[in-house]
Design a protein around this ligand. Structure first.
Ligand code: PLP
Length: 401
């Protein structure tokens, strides 16, 4: 019995062994220091947190005191959106967003709506792209914030954030982007994007789960969501999770040092998987933008079979997902694919494969082979007669692992 090939890195990434090594001393040796304490143990914990703040800041081209550590990206999105809305409530109560945001953005906006804010939700095109023109047309004198994700978690489409910034920021409107999926997969610079607020998720770039960060450009008006002591500039009170913060710092450093190299490898692996599947299923449809897309993300719709059926059939060999991990239990088709105008049938046939830095070429060949076998077993005739080139025939035994 072997473990299925993990092709679900947009849901979460494994912890990098170097990240685990960096964390370990903060669990076994320095664990008792509270970063707010004045003694040597507190000082060590404090220094570790501050080092991580520099590491995260360096990765995205920010100043160290513009990084706030949070418990997750959901919390960072809530703080960025609701915290700014609260601080700007006397200036205006109109916010612009897109129809393909993660629930950790759309739900806080719904909450604000119930409390008297007005929210304009922009449509996307068939690739999942928001048009800069639509943002321009939605601007109003009372618009205080635009929140549009950097890269979509389900289809990987990358939004034109810097163009949106060029339009909104000269008008004094703040710009937030949820970069939970893009950080670690493509270069992300807060100045290049021109954002005031940016969300990061440690567990999407090889740190542990339960750690996120919010970049807040100096001078941005923002209120805390929870109140307590003065941690994180009073914006996120509560004793810091030192080991997890050390981990996100190390993960950020590793990505910074890799200098974008990993993106190239991810793209090659993803595209081989796509080619293999296309050879067997000529009617396969790509969901998301063909070029402006995360290099690790392949969301495709299979004809005459639902994504759920396919993943069930291939479950012993491949772990992928139907879309956002947050909706896996539900039978409803993805809201993202719906917003892109996909038919119900095409949306139901969709599967998201997302590769990561530990994915190997043999993983991809094995995954492709077993997916094709599963398709054949599920009655997709074209998958049973593909060329012998890679021995991708309807026989699960062919690839020893
Ligand atoms: N934003 C995006 C785009 C995501 O993909 C996710 C997680 O899937 C989140 C936010 C929320 O991350 P977390 O569950 O760590 O809070």
């Amino acid at each position: 019995m072997h473990n299925p090939i993990y092709l679900d890195h947009n849901a979460t990434t494994p912890v990098d062994p170097q990240v685990a090594d960096a964390i370990e001393p903060y669990l076994r040796q320095h664990f008792f220091g509270n970063p707010s304490s004045n003694h040597i143990y507190g000082q060590r914990a404090h220094d570790a947190v501050e080092k991580a703040r520099y590491q995260v800041a360096t990765l995205i081209g920010a100043q160290h005191d513009e990084i706030l550590f949070t418990g997750c990206a959901t919390e960072a999105n809530n703080l960025g959106i609701r915290g700014v809305a609260e601080a700007m409530r006397n200036k205006g109560r109109h916010i612009i967003t897109s129809s393909i945001e993660h629930p950790s953005v759309s739900a806080p906006l719904q909450l604000l709506k119930r409390n008297g804010w007005e929210v304009t939700v922009l449509p996307v095109d068939k690739y999942g792209l928001v048009s800069v023109e639509s943002v321009k047309n939605a601007l109003r004198p009372d618009t205080v914030l635009v929140s549009i994700m950097h890269a979509n978690n389900e289809v990987g489409t990358i939004q034109p954030i810097s163009e949106i910034s060029d339009m909104v920021r000269p008008k004094g409107i703040l710009l937030h982007t949820d970069a939970a999926q893009s950080v670690g997969k493509i270069p992300v610079s807060v100045d290049h994007l021109g954002v005031d607020l940016l969300t990061l998720a440690g567990h999407k770039f090889y740190a542990t789960k339960g750690i996120g960060a919010l970049y807040v450009r100096k001078g941005t008006p923002i209120e805390p969501l929870i109140v307590g002591a003065g941690h994180e500039q009073g914006l996120r009170p509560g004793t810091e999770n030192v080991p997890a913060i050390v981990g996100i710092g190390k993960a950020a450093e590793l990505i910074y040092k890799s200098d974008g190299f990993e993106g190239i490898t991810l793209r090659i692996l993803r595209d081989i998987l796509h080619e293999r599947l296309l050879e067997a299923v000529p009617d396969l449809k790509l969901n998301g933008h063909p070029d402006m897309r995360l290099p690790n993300t392949l969301n495709v719709s299979f004809p005459n079979i639902t994504g759920r059926e396919l993943l069930k059939q291939a479950a012993n060999d491949v772990a992928a997902s139907l879309g956002s991990a947050c909706h896996e239990e539900s039978d409803k088709v993805s809201g993202v694919l719906g917003a892109m105008g996909l038919s119900q049938q095409r949306a139901q046939g969709a599967v998201r494969f997302s590769v990561g830095v530990s994915t190997s070429i043999s993983d991809i060949e094995w995954a492709a082979s077993t997916l094709v076998s599963a398709l054949c077993e599920c009655g997709l005739k074209s998958a049973c007669h593909i060329p012998d080139k890679n021995k991708l025939i309807c026989n699960k035994q062919i690839y020893p692992h």
